[in-house]
Design a protein around this ligand. Sequence first.
Ligand SMILES: Nc1ncnc2c1ncn2[C@@H]1O[C@H](COP(=O)(O)OP(=O)(O)OP(=O)(O)O)[C@@H](O)[C@H]1O
Length: 352
Amino acid sequence: MDSKPHTIEVEKLHKRFGKINAVDGISFKVEKGQIVGFLGPNGAGKSTTMRILTGYNRASSGTAKICGVPVTADPHFIKRRIGYMPENNPLPLELRVREYLKYRAKIKEIPFSQRRRAIDTALERCDLLRAQDRIIGKLSKGFRQRVGIADAILANPEVIIMDEPTIGLDPHQVILIRDLIASLRGRMTVIISSHILPEIEMTCDQIVIINHGKIVGQGSPAELRDTFIDHTTYEVEVHGPAKELEAALASVAPELKVERTSERDADGFATVEIQIKGKHDYREELFQALAENPDLRPRSLRSKMAPLEDVFLAATRRSWETVDEELAAPQPAPQEDEKEPVTQNPEPGTKS
Ligand SMILES: Nc1ncnc2c1ncn2[C@@H]1O[C@H](COP(=O)(O)OP(=O)(O)OP(=O)(O)O)[C@@H](O)[C@H]1O
């Protein structure tokens, strides 16, 4: 049973651009205070979904609700509840940081008496107090991204949507932005899209994997691993003849595969990566098999979590197989609404 309230509810969302199904029946819910990552290859439909949520794009069909209200029902209500940082966020390069946030505070209708405090808080949270009088055009890309985030959080909205917030940043800046996003956990509901998989894994409570406009995987990193990864990987450091090692490993599990073996180090130890099908933890059996052989000397043994990249590849591969099957199947005659995009909702007003 659902326990926490859902700040974002998306149901059977479709967006067609002519013949392109950019978003093809997406449904998901996000609990209050969670950080959700959108993962997907180029053209998967991430930005389009985000733009529908913010009211920038209208859906062809389906519903998207923010705080229980359909995004098209009350654009003003939605505007006040969402902070949006679009991909390649355009900023006025000639303005100073504080000046820009003042202008944005006005647009966002923050009451005059609260503006100064709201700006100071956003500057502080984004570690921009030192840069508040700098001209935006003279800031590094990392600082500009922080200005974009400061703008998104300025009105203390319930939902923050960020499209590729770390694109083009150096690793140091990526860590700063990641920490900044993590600091919003519990306070705001956050959706971010990124191609940087470890970043999504480190930052997000839930991950939504999108491919060809459809959701192909959804859940916490652990749940996704459970769904898409059917093996466990182990790494063992061992000394001894290759033949003996092969025999010892073969006795552990019939479906054991040696993925790679490193060069031996100065002490004669090689690092061997092993994969065994299934979810059973074979560490004890592996250690025993190696230790029992007098010609082998194990030095360390550990199980390795599958990288999110493997989950992503497995999820998208599975969806490509489905697409291939769909393409091979006989096609029904086109429906009326496939010929012309359905414009169910009016285009909302200004950017928030
Ligand atoms: N305004 C538009 N007109 C026509 N087609 C569009 C439009 N916007 C997006 N598309 C198409 O819709 C599909 C989904 O695009 P979208 O930008 O949502 O993908 P994405 O997952 O955000 O990709 P990326 O990671 O490259 O930003 C793509 O095929 C894209 O070409």
